[in-house]
Design a protein around this ligand. Structure first.
Ligand code: ZN
Length: 288
């Protein structure tokens, strides 16, 4: 079962082996408001407004003096008071003192018994007026089977949300790893897009990459890709073979293909190149 505490800065989660209990927020509006005021948690989408707990939200027992909420409105643990933003010792000492004073006040004094009783009766009546029809005692577990079911579903939902978050993070990690690997593969491949001007000149005789691209633009529409070898690399392969007289085995190693494919590319591309680039050949004039 997973339940996290709603208090700001608290990382307590429901665990089987833990003594920490998780309490629902009171259904009594007055008390509920007192709890929320004490928590000082603001809404994420509107930080000027106090946060409102959902049905499944809980607060853990460590925020109550004595380790559990009390239903006595005079008790220091009627409202949670121990938070990351409060000085715990100071805070608990202060409310405990106040509670002790209140208890003393409530004990009937022998001198003026009538006035004190009147005060107590008035307090009790006021308490009754504020008391909700059903007082949420923050017990754990819930005796109502329907509520228990809802609660279990809520827990399951929270678990699935956690799992979803984990999977999302894993997906993002794998995505960026995949991109990085693709980039590495791209950079390490022997292809015309990875060559600089000097390499282009040495390998093909064409003076620059720009010139190579222009030549490619004249013939690319007549050349179909062979496996993973695009028209650009096929042109590069043919030009390299013509210029450097490389063997098919040599070219096969560079382009990571088998020598028969090199041979196939060469025999298919050469006629296309010769046909489409023959207008570039300047023949000497016959007129003398
Ligand atoms: Zn907590």
């Amino acid at each position: 079962m997973v339940n996290t505490c709603s208090a700001v800065g608290c990382t307590n989660r429901r665990r089987k082996e833990s003594d920490i209990k998780f309490h629902r927020f009171p259904s009594c509006k007055t008390r509920r408001k007192q709890w929320l005021t004490a928590m000082k948690r603001m809404r994420l989408d509107n930080p000027s407004k106090p946060w409102e707990p959902k049905y499944f939200d809980r607060i853990c027992s460590v925020h109550f003096i004595g380790g559990k909420p009390s239903d006595d409105p005079g008790s220091p643990s009627y409202i949670p008071s121990i938070f990351s933003f409060t000085s715990q010792a100071k805070q608990s000492r202060r409310v405990e003192d106040r509670y002790e004073r209140l208890i003393k006040r409530r004990t009937p004094a022998p001198v003026e018994p009538i006035n004190e009783n009147v005060q107590l009766a008035a307090d009790a009546l006021l308490d009754l007026q504020n008391a909700p029809l059903f007082c949420d005692r923050g017990t754990d577990p819930d005796p109502d089977p329907l509520e228990a079911n809802l609660r279990a579903l809520g827990v399951q939902y929270a678990e699935l949300q956690d799992e979803h978050k984990g999977l999302q993070a894993e997906y993002q990690r794998l995505l960026s790893e995949n991109q990085e690997l693709r980039e590495n593969v791209r950079k390490g491949r022997f292809t015309y897009t990875n060559l600089n001007n000097e390499q282009m000149r040495n390998l093909t005789g064409l003076k620059s990459c720009a010139l190579f691209l222009w030549v490619l633009s004249l013939i690319s529409m007549f050349i179909k890709p062979v496996g993973k070898i695009c028209p650009g690399d096929q042109l590069l392969l043919v030009l390299m073979k013509l210029r450097l007289s490389l063997t098919n085995a040599d070219l096969a190693i560079r382009f990571k293909i088998c020598p028969t494919i090199v041979s196939k590319i060469f025999s298919k591309c050469l006629p296309v190149i010769s046909q489409n680039l023959k207008f570039l050949i300047e023949w000497p004039s016959k007129v003398k």
